[in-house]
Design a protein around this ligand. Structure first.
Ligand code: ACO
Ligand code: LMR
Length: 264
């Protein structure tokens, strides 16, 4: 019989060997002719399946809402400084992307992990938040530098509204909102932030769509797919900031001395 030489790479999401490339078995012509969107393509390449329209639309809304948040946030600031140092597009982009992490934009996976664990174990918001405090861990998905009880994050409201209308269940999001009610009783800026909203709502999407087994959901949460949504989305804005600085012919950035506390 045939002897198959061992391969050095295994790949399961795309194939370019035929007449046209396929994403998770779906040929490019189908993607174009049937009007697939970015949410559909993401579903094929990340989850290896087509998802219902309300799910792919939710993914696209996440991408649009997180595409940018002005020039002052960590990612845009880094990108702007890098572009002004005369660096190329990719360097400026990755300089901004490298700030995405547990404090900024990259708290989605941990928010999903902790909210899921707390909800599934039946913890009250009090038990959950105080338990985290005892462990010295800030609740991922809670807190914001400029948003607060009286200056709510519109993006969070829009995601919640969409899910209320289209998702069969929003149990994880409702749990996250109960956690927010408790944290807001402690401080005004401890709102459910956009990372927490996406993290909890994606749990609802995974559990409610009927497209994923329990084991698959656990794997997605454990591996951590969801920060990828912010990375993907914010790349759009960071590329825009790079072009903006180049267009404006901005010179090398130097931080003003007056804004530094020099001390021993
Ligand atoms: N959970 C519990 N307590 C918190 C949290 C939280 N998530 N955030 C702030 N606090 C409390 C803490 O007691 C903190 O004191 P500490 O420094 O001794 O821990 C106190 O509030 C003061 O914190 P602030 O100065 O108000 O918070 P800051 O403005 O520095 O941080 C931040 C904002 C980074 C978003 C913070 O709330 C946090 O770490 N949140 C969790 C991570 C997260 O969700 N990041 C995503 C933000 S949204 C985005 O980036 C797109
Ligand atoms: C963002 O999306 O970049 C913001 O939520 C972060 C911020 O501090 O405004």
């Amino acid at each position: 019989g045939k002897v198959r030489a061992p391969t050095h790479i295994i790949s399961t999401i795309s194939d370019d060997r035929g007449e046209e490339p396929c994403y998770a078995g779906v040929p490019m012509s189908t993607i174009v002719e049937q009007g697939y969107g970015v949410g559909d393509v993401l579903s094929l390449l990340w989850f290896k399946r087509s998802l219902p329209r309300y799910c792919t639309q939710f993914i696209e809304i996440c991408i649009m809402l997180c595409a940018d948040h002005g020039p002052c946030v960590s990612g845009a600031h880094n990108t702007i400084v890098t572009a002004r140092a005369g660096k190329d597009l990719v360097s400026s982009l990755v300089s901004g992307l490298l700030t995405i992490g547990p404090r900024f934009g990259g708290a989605i996976d941990d928010a999903a992990r902790y909210f899921k664990d707390a909800y599934d174990r039946g913890l009250t918001p009090y038990e959950f938040v105080e338990g985290m405090k005892k462990k010295g861990i800030r609740v991922p998905g809670i807190g914001h530098r400029i948003k607060s009880r009286d200056n709510r994050d519109k993006r969070v409201e829009l995601l919640q509204q969409y899910a209320h209308t289209h998702f069969p269940s929003v149990k994880y999001m409702e749990y996250a909102v109960k956690v927010e009610t408790y944290t807001l009783s402690k401080a005004n800026n401890l709102v459910l932030n956009v990372d927490g909203a996406i993290g909890s709502l994606f749990l609802d999407l995974l559990a409610g769509s009927g497209m994923f087994s329990k084991q698959e959901i656990d794997e997605i949460v454990e591996i951590g797919y969801l920060n990828g949504l912010f990375v993907l989305a914010r790349s759009i804005g960071l590329i825009g900031h790079t072009f903006d600085q180049k267009r404006l012919k901005q010179p090398l950035y130097r931080h003003p001395w007056e804004d530094v506390l020099y001390t021993k």
